[in-house]
Design a protein around this ligand. Structure first.
Ligand code: ADP
Ligand code: MG
Length: 238
């Protein structure tokens, strides 16, 4: 069960408090999207869930387990970044296989997993290429594939489409929604694109200055924003 619970979660960098007492209950297999202006604490929140950033206060649970002090590698979580973070000297196959190799998975198992993910993402023909020989959209698919092979219960995606052009973003929005249904995993997705938020999310979390403003379905947010900030953010033209 990959329900996720944030209780009074805090993050400070020195004297700077960037995440303030965040309370959020995310259901197993939910697709939840964090939105808000640049610098409001979206990535920091995601990185605390991933274990890439120490939690300054409060509690993070996944299922029934308190995760605050569990190292990143021991969390059943995969993260996809905006800049893809592919290894430039490795082929696509190796990029996707690498995480499983580190975990000493058997070679046949790794091969099956990589080929299965490549097939789903339609990148089988790219497996022998290096990242520099790929388009932005192809790189993003590889980054998704690399996350998928580990079969995590939780996917964290930090602005995964923001480097793509508008047309490709539309295609990838649909692909990621399909992937979410197919993988049966909990997705936490950060974006500043309101179209992504409104079309992909089960629920949207609107953040401002490290605080949660409102958590609701896209329809409820649109119909009943609790304040001008939320209304402006959801209604703002891109
Ligand atoms: P967002 O993803 O919403 O744009 P971030 O979570 O990246 O925002 O950043 C929130 C705030 O925390 C920003 O003011 C940012 O400058 C600050 N911040 C992020 N990482 C660090 C760090 N490692 N050291 C100091 N300040 C940081
Ligand atoms: Mg960010």
């Amino acid at each position: 069960m990959a329900s996720i619970s944030l209780k009074k979660l805090n993050k400070t960098f020195g004297a700077l408090k960037v995440v303030h007492d965040i309370d959020l209950e995310i259901a197993d297999k939910e697709f939840i999207i964090l939105v808000g202006p640049s610098g409001c604490g979206k990535s920091t929140t995601l990185r605390m869930i991933a274990g890439l950033e120490e939690i300054s206060g409060g509690e993070l649970r996944i299922g029934d387990d308190v995760m605050n002090d569990v190292p990143s590698k021991d969390r059943d979580i995969a993260m996809v970044f905006q800049n893809y973070a592919l290894y430039p000297h490795m082929t696509v196959y190796k990029n996707m296989a690498f995480g499983l190799q580190l975990r000493k998975a058997p070679r046949d198992f790794i091969d099956d997993k990589v080929k299965e993910a490549a097939n789903i993402l339609d990148i089988t023909h790219l497996l022998n290429r290096k990242p520099k020989a790929l388009s932005g959209g192809q790189r993003q698919r590889v980054a998704l594939g690399r996350a998928m092979v580990r079969n995590p219960e939780v996917f964290l995606l930090d602005e995964p489409l923001s480097n793509l052009d508008a047309k490709l973003r539309g295609t990838m929005r649909a692909e990621i929604s399909k992937l979410h249904k197919r993988l049966n995993a909990t997705f936490i997705y950060v974006t500043h694109d309101q179209i992504e938020a409104m079309t992909m999310a089960d629920r949207i979390v609107v953040m401002k200055d490290g605080h949660i403003q409102q958590v609701d379905t896209p329809q409820q947010l649109y119909d009943r924003p609790i304040n001008m900030f939320v209304a402006g953010f959801i209604g703002a033209p891109q």
